[in-house]
Design a protein around this ligand. Sequence first.
Ligand code: SF4
Ligand code: SF4
Length: 387
Amino acid sequence: MATKLSLVKCNNYDQTLVDEAIRQSLENLGGMARFVKPGQKVLIKPNALLGKSPDDAVTTHPAIIAAVVKAVIKAGGIALVGDSPGNAHSNVPKTMEETGIKQATEAAGGQLIYFQQDGVVEVKSPSNNPRLSLLRIAKIALEADVIINLPKLKTHGLTLYTGAIKNMFGVVPGFNKASFHTSSPRPRDFAESIVDVFQIAKPALNIMDAVVGMEGPGPSNGYPRRLGLIMASTDAVALDSVGAYLIGYEPSRIYTTLAASKRQLGEMDLARIEISGPSLSELRQPDWKKSFNLEGLIDHLPGFVFALFNPIISQIKIYPQIDQSKCVKCLICVNNCPAKTIDYDKSAKKVEVIKKNCISCFCCHELCPYNAVKLERSWLVRLLKLG
Ligand code: SF4
Ligand code: SF4
């Protein structure tokens, strides 16, 4: 049977409009009662990356969270909303307030759940990943009867695109995320660990906020762009395949999609996805500004080409650089750099990246609330006009 995917137009975040779009999306997939039975514990997992306003398009819009919470409660479920923001030091309750997620959840009758306090368990990598064999996962992600995933459609500096599969990385609480970057600095390897998390905490239902997504240097410093859609499917791989295609990527170009498809966790072939709603050709925006990713380009080179030209290829680099005029020395980047390669010189009052140890994970770029981390292209990148 073909994978089903629902596309419902929704041009803005007016609550009535969103409620109706979510209702229609659920109806297209058989109704919420298909997923949630009375009394079941439902973990609703939005994207709460940073404490930003919903208008910045960094986080899942509160109107979507409110609509889903109401639908879960109507089906008799217990609606628990939780995420672990990217900044391991962040005050999670404050982030939930700044994003509007707390207010939306509580007004709709749901409750927030904080992963660190609730408990974390160690789980063996389902793919026997030699780079990261044990993963620390929020207990509720294993205990919930149902997981509903609410990603935001965005570009991403490390994985090119972030949607349904990558959003489940948020069930890895706080500091535990760093080990993913240090063990697997290359995007292809990093994607395998992300798919491990997705496989462990596989959502029954995925509803993507693609009303306003993000283009350019996502997932936090890009530019909001309207796609005007609520996308939904039981199959996160299919959802990401269509999401990436709509913004101009071949689905197989996205490592998380490719890795999950290879493990047969979902459908990547667009021809095998049964879509209800407007046609993809009508909706596609191929001029969506991409997030630059050189490591990804390098990964596509055949092995012998890579070996032959490695000394030159190694000069193809992007490094983060601190814009001192914008840096307020909050030290979020210093405290969250997985390679511990951002230094704070107290006497000079200066935050700086020690480039030689940088693994180009771009966490600093992703997490700086002041847009003070710029991505600097190496001489070869500039010469070849790759970025
Ligand atoms: S670069 Fe950004 S995150 Fe790092 S210390 Fe400065 S303001 Fe804070
Ligand atoms: S400096 Fe930034 S990009 Fe480099 S390893 Fe640290 S967090 Fe990652």
